[in-house]
Design a protein around this ligand. Structure first.
Ligand code: MFK
Length: 548
């Protein structure tokens, strides 16, 4: 046999990840940092094992069996091995429970676990995200009875006791525009609320609970009249007959995730709070799942770059290793710098979330979190697609071959920009957030992060891009259409300015400890430009979209 190429090897995602290690060293007090180590080592080991399993087994999808041999409706879903292992891994390493501990660092510690677990979990993290969101929304509702009933399950450290929760919002009429929800909530003769309708994307149909938006019978149309309900799906070991699984979706990616279309035929339900303003009540859940989305998108980028870098050390072309080819090295370094910016923003949101939840944040930081959450989600969702695509190209033809395990990275990455609000919906959400004093909060935070920065040029570029964003907002104040048309450019600019300032903060912490790579990431990232503001003429937009 002729030449055989070494496949890429996955370095240990925790022990060998200088970025994750240095971020945790900077952000956590030593005692908490030490206590976290065992779980992160174990989840890194699991991630390496799972990557080897990808190469050694053929891909499987969940299978829905709707009827048993004797004609009984059963709607049984057989899951892949990683999904069967999910409850054990999650509870043993407190992937969910850690985020709800009584510490301002709880969320950062949780999301470090999520970052390591995500790809190995085969997107079991999707229902985990919704479960975390449901627990958070239940706490925010203050509904003691529902909290006492559900939280011990949702946050359990015992796999036998652990429940997953879904988030049932999307319907045929309303994906982004949730206000068009058609599901009806009706009280039966005993006063029990029951839900009737069709949910078009249900990602955690294997879960034991869900939060669902529905319109109480007789309520007005529009989003304000929707109510948020808690439901349970199981009756002992059997799925409740009022929940019917119509079919599993055939998707571009996330194949292991059993996304379903379902019907509700009178499923018992309990309102979380008032019978209205359901979107406002579900917002705490959305902000949590959007944070998970950003962390998982960042984890996909990390995996794609780690494999492409390893391959560049093994693959020879034109007499040299790929890593020694100037243009290939430049390409990888550019990817790394963008990724490090995304990583910095994502984990700042995670840490900030914990501080805001535990009341240790500075006064401006709640407003900051409200703005940075959609920014992190929308930017990382887009960047993951770009970086995973670029990483596949680094393998040449091998990156296009299914059983390398590489194409899956790109197919799966596409979902991050769609889940939990598309890029444009999140850009509009960041405009909603900017209606308060969020811009000032961001400026204050950036000034703080840059206070010790040793890179004057980076400081100059960040200030210039923030000034341009500020003047853009002032110029278009009151012009709703213009603001909306430019919302994506504005959001990306603010995300990039924030990321650059966070890279500068990390550099000023790391450089005195003898490590120069954060400074390199900062210079390269800023070199790619910070402003993405668009000044498009609406007349040209209409001409471009007019009849051809
Ligand atoms: C591995 C990673 C895992 C990630 C999880 C994967 C799960 C995947 C499953 C899904 O994708 S489920 C589908 C997710 N769908 C969405 O995210 C819906 C996207 N659409 C939006 O976000 C719309 O912008 C929205 C539905 C919110 C628009 O609804 P409305 O009713 O027209 O919004 P409106 O009137 O502006 O806001 C209503 C209230 O909610 C306002 O409060 P007030 O009533 O007090 O004024 C808003 O301020 C508040 N609000 C809206 N978004 C908020 C928020 N508050 C805080 N944070 C937010 N993000």
């Amino acid at each position: 046999m002729g030449f055989l190429q070494d496949p890429p090897q996955l370095a240990h995602p925790y022990r060998d990840d200088r970025l994750l290690l240095s971020m945790l060293d900077r952000a956590l007090p030593p005692a908490r940092r030490g206590a976290l180590d065992a779980d992160l080592h174990a989840l890194g080991d699991y991630a390496q094992m799972a990557w080897q399993r990808v190469g050694a087994t053929s891909r499987r999808k969940p299978v829905l069996t709707q009827w048993d041999a004797w004609g009984q409706r059963i709607d049984r879903i057989e899951l892949t091995p990683a999904w069967q292992e999910g409850p054990h891994l999650t509870t043993r390493h407190a992937v969910l429970a850690a985020g709800h501990e009584a510490s301002e660092h709880a969320r950062l510690e949780q999301f470090a676990r999520v970052y390591l677990y995500h790809l190995a979990s085969e997107f079991y993290t999707c229902p985990l995200a919704m479960t975390d969101g449901a627990a958070t929304a239940l706490k925010a509702s203050g509904n003691q009875a529902l909290m006492e009933r559900a939280l011990p399950h949702l946050l359990s450290r015992d796999p036998a006791n652990f429940w997953l929760s879904g988030q049932w919002m999307t319907e045929n009429a309303g994906g982004s525009d949730v206000g068009r929800t058609e599901t009806l909530a009706r009280q039966d003769a005993s006063g029990q609320w029951r839900l009737y309708g069709r949910k078009w994307f249900s990602s955690a149909v294997v879960g034991e609970a869900a939060l669902a938006l529905a319109r109480p019978e007789g309520a007005a149309s529009g989003p304000g009249a929707l109510a948020l309900f808690y439901v349970e799906t199981m009756d002992g070991a059997r799925r409740k007959p009022e929940l019917v699984i119509d079919r599993l979706k055939d998707k571009l990616g996330t194949h292991e995730l059993p996304t379903a279309e379902i019907h509700l035929e009178g499923l018992p339900a309990w309102p979380l709070g008032e019978l209205g303003n359901g979107v406002r009540q579900v917002a705490p859940m959305l902000n949590i799942t959007r944070t998970w989305n950003a962390v998982c998108a960042t984890a996909s980028m990390a995996r794609a770059i780690a494999l492409a870098r390893d391959y560049a050390l093994r693959r020879h072309a034109f007499g040299k290793r790929l890593i020694d080819q100037p243009l290939h090295a430049q390409t990888l370094a550019d990817m790394q710098a963008e990724f490090e910016g995304a990583f910095a923003l994502t984990f700042e949101v995670a840490h900030l979330l914990g501080r805001v939840e535990h009341g240790t944040a500075a006064p401006h930081e709640a407003a900051l979190l409200r703005l940075l959450t959609p920014l992190a989600k929308l930017w990382t969702g887009k960047l993951a697609v770009r970086l995973c695509s670029e990483a596949l190209e680094c393998f040449g033809g091998a990156g296009y071959i299914e059983d390398t395990g590489l194409p899956q990275l790109l197919r799966d990455a596409q979902v991050y920009a769609i889940w939990e609000g598309t890029t444009n919906v999140l850009s509009l959400d960041s405009l909603r957030a900017l209606a308060g004093d969020q811009f000032g909060a961001l400026q204050l935070a950036i000034d703080g992060w840059l206070a010790d920065s040793i890179d004057a040029q980076a400081r100059h570029h960040i200030h210039a891009a923030m000034a341009a964003a500020s003047s853009y907002l002032a110029t278009h104040a009151g012009q709703r259409d213009a603001l909306e048309a430019g919302a994506r450019g504005l959001a990306l600019t603010l995300a990039r300015c924030t990321a650059a300032a966070l890279l500068a903060r990390h550099d000023s912490w790391l450089a005195p400890r003898g490590a120069a790579h954060a400074g390199a990431a900062l210079r390269r990232f800023v070199g790619h430009g910070l402003s993405r503001l668009s000044h498009a003429d609406p007349t040209d937009t209409a001409l471009l979209l007019g009849p051809h």
